[in-house]
Design a protein around this ligand. Structure first.
Ligand code: NAD
Length: 446
């Protein structure tokens, strides 16, 4: 699935022409490659006066990651990232200086640069001024995402429950947002709470773990299988028997095993559990990726079109999760594929939107059930991703969908896979019941 417009405006004669005509030129996004540096340049750490100690702690961590960390702006530096620590900001005027300082360095931000805020979530007993300040940060992150150019992104980490900035889950989230792994994540705020988190913050985070990926024969699922295997997981690749050949190709490529299974089967959960335990001795991660669309305006929707979408995208996940929860697996990670259509709705997709919003609903409820045993349930909501599913969208609609996001392009399957690998990693234990959009900042609001 290629984006010919993005290719044309980034190469040769058509690049010059596009520049002259002032046409939008989607940047070529930097994606993770083994051995590449974490950021594209030095990292500037800023803070409001009250958050200096937290900023010091963040700066020490970044130094430990071998980054070139600075606390002051110098005109000659081309910044790879700016991290703004606002954890203790308690009144609106407190954020003025650090936020305007970000503004003053944006012209020196390198392409594919990063702005990451670290702030606190409003709490029920906050004073109005504290609540206003904390809430205000959200819109700074989102507005900045819409202003940045050249593939740069703006995302925020929001601490809940008195979690400290040095918590492994905060650091894992910071590393994800700074890295090329979050290439298509823009304008997002991820809440981090105080679950016990162990495991390394970095690469190979899934070493020795067993992960099940449904719908792994192609598209996003195949990319998830590859990415989890890259991070050290043994991957069980699940798909319908009709996709057997492609499924085997994915499993062979990642050194995993195949399980031919329709996820809507009554015994799907038990077969997944049995396969993982009998073949690999354990089960640590389940990624509910299998999904279908049967788009129709509601006025033309046939019962089978509604029912099949809900059965595959939602009911199958609920049924499989019941078996997984009953199995009492410590530290289980469940990541489910939602969609921006499940957040904003989409014409022709009442059935799909219902199923994907349902995924968000059950993820939040399942997160509470898993927390006691150190597990998490999170959802990833892709926007427009270049796959066979989206290649069937009519040309004009597809082209509009590509240009609407702040990053002015569709995402790649690997972008969704990287977000899932991050959420599945042990150090992300404090990220629970969240919906992470991988959409290039596609929607207004949310
Ligand atoms: P795709 O159609 O390319 O692949 C889906 C895979 O799921 C296929 O291999 C298919 O055989 C498998 N599958 C379908 N029904 C199944 C069943 N009953 N049992 C087992 N496997 C089954 O789709 P994709 O674009 O890779 O999407 C993957 C997921 O991401 C889906 O849940 C989709 O809704 C979601 N998503 C995709 C996009 C996008 O832009 N492509 C956007 C938002 C959400």
């Amino acid at each position: 699935m290629t984006d010919r417009y993005a290719q044309a405006v980034n190469s040769g004669f058509t690049k010059t022409l596009a520049k002259k005509l002032g046409l939008p030129r989607p940047a070529i996004l930097r994606r993770y490659r083994d051995g590449d540096p974490l950021t594209v340049g030095p990292v500037l750490v800023l803070a409001d006066a009250a958050s200096k100690a937290d900023a010091d702690a963040v700066a020490r961590t970044l130094l430990g990651w071998d980054l070139d960390v600075r606390r002051d702006h110098h005109d000659d530096v081309r910044w790879g990232a700016v991290v703004v620590v606002l954890t203790e900001a308690a009144e609106p005027t407190a954020v003025t200086e650090p936020v305007l300082a970000v503004g003053s360095v944006l012209r020196s931000l390198a392409g594919n640069g990063r702005v990451v805020t670290v702030s606190r979530a409003p709490a029920a007993d906050d004073s109005p001024a504290v609540a206003a300040t904390r809430q205000g940060v959200d819109a700074v992150v989102r507005s900045l995402g819409k202003e940045l150019r050249g593939g740069s992104t703006s995302n925020g980490i929001v601490l809940t429950d008195d979690v400290e900035v040095g918590h492994p889950s905060v650091l894992a989230t910071l590393r994800f947002f700074l890295s090329a792994k979050s290439a298509y994540v823009d304008g997002q705020l991820l809440r981090v709470g105080t679950a016990d988190a162990t495991g390394i913050v970095g690469d190979r985070a899934l070493d020795g773990q067993v992960a099940v990926v449904t719908g792994a024969a192609r598209g996003i699922g195949a990319a998830i299988a590859r990415t989890l295997a890259r991070d050290g997981a043994i991957v069980v690749c699940v798909d319908v028997p009709a996709a057997g050949e492609a499924l085997a190709a994915t499993a062979n490529a990642v050194g995993g095993t195949t399980l031919q299974l329709d996820v809507t089967a009554d015994d799907a959960g038990q077969r997944i559990l049995d396969h993982a335990r009998e073949r690999h001795g354990r089960l640590d991660v389940v990624v509910h990726n299998a999904g279908i669309t049967r788009d129709k305006l509601l006025a033309n929707m046939k019962p089978a079109q509604w029912e099949s979408v809900v059965a595959v995208n939602l009911a199958a996940q609920l049924r499989i999760n019941e078996v997984l929860l009953a199995a009492g697996i410590d530290g289980l990670r469940i990541v489910s594929l939602a969609s921006t259509s499940g957040i904003a709705g989409n014409k022709g997709q009442t059935n799909y939107g219902f199923s994907k919003a349902g995924v968000i609903g059950h993820t939040r409820a399942t997160a509470r059930l898993l927390a006691a045993s150190g597990g998490t349930a999170n959802a990833v909501a892709p926007g427009f991703i270049e796959t066979e599913m989206t290649s069937r969208i009519p040309f004009a609609t597809r082209e509009v969908a590509r240009r609407i996001p702040s990053l002015a392009q569709g995402g790649q399957p690997v972008d969704v896979a990287e977000a899932i690998a991050f959420l599945a990693s042990p150090a992300a234990a404090g990220v629970n019941g969240q919906v992470l959009r991988v959409c290039g900042q596609h929607l207004v609001g949310q």
